[in-house]
Design a protein around this ligand. Structure first.
Ligand code: ASP
Length: 329
């Protein structure tokens, strides 16, 4: 009885050592199957577009498909929560934007902690936003729009991509700056919000140039201004919203890639190097530039660069969101 137990024990130990490769082997071989890059907003929208541009190039570097998966809803919380709970094995990553910082200030109870539930890979690109309207909204410039909004405060609505999304933060700032409780309409991303705007079902939308440039250029939407502090190269003649009378108005959308906490360091390094390589690829840079993206410094495309930026953004948005909570819905 005793000897058969011992034999069983020896067999178990041998089987386990065969199943578990010697340390380093798994990481050396990584990746051996497709990698999922979760986008917490709808397919076809600005965040999704950045992810798909990167995924193509990173798939070639990593010699495995990087598959973009949209887990949209709740301003990015559903997707971020999904990745926080995913196995930390290097096969699930998250591409998120400012929402990683703003959600912390907005919600008391989140399914993740932006500062504790993730490993950080690096930042990607900065993108300005634009305030656009359905093409038949009467005002033709920001000054006229402000007067129009005051006169029609009960009729106008603002679309956004859910609480904490960049479009929501922009809408909140607009309402707070004007002191107007304009109605907001929430979508799972700004791709469906743009469809609603083009169809004339909503009036205004603040969204990244990643999505709006082509609609602005083809005049399918009306542009009132950009959210950067200075004129942007993709729309050089467009006024900033601050120039249009909205004092100190500024929203820049930044993006970062995260992995579930506990993902092994060699895996993080491999994925991070593929990201850094993609951001040096002239075809990727050209595409991002065409969409209004501004490259970030090499220092930002690092784990520390993303973590430090995220902390600074949490510190920036938390008091702002709390002081303007009357304009949050
Ligand atoms: N542009 C969106 C936002 O407002 C998100 C998206 O659909 O990419 O945050």
């Amino acid at each position: 009885m005793k000897s058969s137990f011992l034999r069983l024990l020896v067999l178990c130990v041998l089987a386990a050592s065969c199943l578990l490769p010697a340390s380093g082997t798994a990481a050396d071989a990584y990746p051996t199957r497709p990698i999922v890059l979760v986008v917490p907003f709808s397919a076809g929208g600005p965040t999704d577009t950045v992810a798909r541009i990167l995924a193509g190039t990173m798939s070639k570097t990593l010699r495995q498909s990087v598959v973009v998966e949209n887990r949209d809803g709740a301003g990015g919380i559903i997707g971020a929560g999904y990745v926080a709970r995913a196995r930390p094995d290097g096969y699930t990553f998250l591409l998120h934007h400012n929402g990683m910082a703003t959600s912390r200030a907005l919600y008391r109870d989140l399914p993740f902690d932006a500062l504790k539930s993730f490993e950080y890979i690096g930042q990607i690109v900065d993108v300005p936003m634009t305030l656009v309207a359905r093409s038949d909204l009467p005002p033709n410039d920001m000054k006229a729009l402000v007067a129009y909004l005051h006169a029609n405060r009960d009729k106008i609505n603002l679309a956004h991509a859910g609480p904490g999304s960049a479009s929501h933060m922009c809408a909140m700032q607009l309402r707070a700056t004007l002191g107007l409780q304009l109605t907001t309409v929430s979508f799972k991303g700004t791709a469906p919000a743009m469809v609603a705007l083009l169809g004339g079902h909503v009036d205004l939308l603040c969204d990244q140039t990643t999505q709006t440039l082509s609609y602005i250029r083809s005049k399918r939407v009306k542009l009132y201004g950009t959210t950067a502090r200075t004129h942007i190269s993709s729309l050089p003649s467009a006024p900033t919203l601050a120039e249009g009378g909205l004092k100190d108005f500024e929203v820049i959308v930044w993006h970062g890639i995260y992995a579930p906490k506990g993902t092994p360091k060699p895996v993080l390094d491999t994925f991070g190097n593929a990201l850094r390589q993609a951001l040096k690829d002239p075809a990727v840079l050209k595409r991002l530039h065409e969409l209004g993206g501004e490259p970030v410094s090499d220092q930002k495309v690092t784990p520390a660069g993303l973590r430090d930026w995220l902390k600074a953004e949490i510190d920036k948005w938390t008091p702002l969101i709390q002081s303007e909570s009357g304009y949050l819905d």
